[in-house]
Structure formats: structure tokens, C-alpha cells
Design a protein around this ligand. Sequence first.
Ligand code: GLP
Length: 262
Amino acid sequence: MRVVIQENYEKMCKWAANYIAAKINAHQGDRPFVLGLPTGSSPLGVYRELTRMNKAGEVTFKNVVTFNMDEYLGLPREHDQSYWYFMWSNFFDHIDIPKENVNILDGMAADPEAECARYEAKIASLGGIDLFLGGIGVDGHLAFNEPFTSLTSRTGVRVLTSDTRIVNSRFFGNDPELVPAKALSVGIGTVMDSREVLILINGHNKARALAASVEGGVSQKWTCSALQNHPAAIIACDEPACGELTVDTYKYFLDIEKAERL
Ligand code: GLP
């Protein structure tokens, strides 16, 4: 696992956007580049930078197919807190990706489990995900894989914890009861099958989760810790998120990143 420590949020986002664009640009062959994407505040700066790069002609999304990590169950696309709405307003509407290349789980599907099975099958039919960009919750959840979700889980329906509903209530008038109780989410196994995983972890409130994910053992309690078993996982983080790492761990990662291995 690589841990790329950047001074602040802006630099972390720039680093991640450059990394993603470089991977898209280096991609060869007939199949499209398959990119997994998250919502949340963490990736917003990455989407802004990728949009700028796209408009400047530094990267194109014409041969990119995307799969989003998750979606609230029971929220229609038009709802301003649906992840569909978030992705189009914050990213897809501003870049040159063909509409048909965008995949987002349908939170209004009549049969949610069938919708999740369809999603997994579509990922497989495209040859799997090349790079999964993600964020984590303060409890270390990856996508909506809350603590104690199986580390081999596939795309399916998830029950959200009270903690997550409280944290996400900031988008629902500060009322946790208005946050949907369930979501559709890719599984930890789905993310682990990606050729590469890049997780953004920023801010003091994620410091405990970062330390548990990197220094703790692999555990269902911190589902992000599964990445320790991934052959090509990167965590991009900012200084405030490093607050709970031991000094040795912090220095170790700074040291090995000096070689600039992009
Ligand atoms: C939600 C999403 C996660 C996301 C997390 C963190 O719970 N389901 O995929 O990583 O929020 O969001 P933020 O980046 O706003 O802290």
C-alpha cells in the first residue's frame, strides 16, 4: 500500500487528478478505461481539477466508462441529494464523457438486489474496473460498506448506521431521520477486484480512520483496512488526516514517496 501525504486538501486533489489523468492517457487497447467514482465532499476538488484538465485538453473522457460506488435507496435521480444528481452537477455535466458511458446504481429500482446483480455483471462485461477512486466515512466505511460488512461483499443493499445518518444529515436539513435508511453499494470485494484503488482521506475527522486503515490489522470493523490486501492500493491524504499516525509511520511514507513514482 502507498500512502501519499500532501500538505493540504488542494494539493491532495491535484495529485489525485494528475494520477487519474495519467492513467487514462496511458490506457491502450480496444476496451475503454473503466473508472470507479465516489461522491462526498472529499472528491469535489478532484472533480474540479479533472474538469479543468479536460477543458484545457490535458485529458479526455471520450473513452472512459464510469461506475459510481453507491446510491441512496428510495431517492429519485432528480432529488438534489441523490448521488446521480451530485455526479451530474459536480462532474459529468462539465466534461466530455458520453452520457451512455456513465453508470450509477438506480435507487428507485423495483428490485434493488436485481439492480445490484445487473451492475456487477456490467462491470464484468467491460473487463473489470481499472481504477477505483474512493473516499471513506469517519468510521472507515468504503462506499456504503459500514463497519462489519464482509470484506468479500459484492454490490448489494446496505443498511446505514445511525452514525452515518447523523454525519450525512448535514445534507438533509440536519435531520438524521430524513437521511435514507438504506443504500445500494458496491461491495468491498467489488472494489478489491479493481486493478488499482485510490482512496482520498482528508481532514482531522478522518484521522482515526486513516490510522486504523493503515496501521491497524485487516478488520471488518474498519472496512477500508481491506485495502492492505490489495496489490495496488494508494491512499492520498492531507496533513490533518495524519494526526493519529505514529511518527514512524508518517516518516516512513514520506521517505518512500520521495522517489516520485507516478
Ligand atoms: C458517504 C458515501 C461515501 C463517502 C463518505 C464520505 O457516506 N457513501 O462513499 O466516502 O460519505 O464523505 P465525505 O467525503 O463527504 O466525507
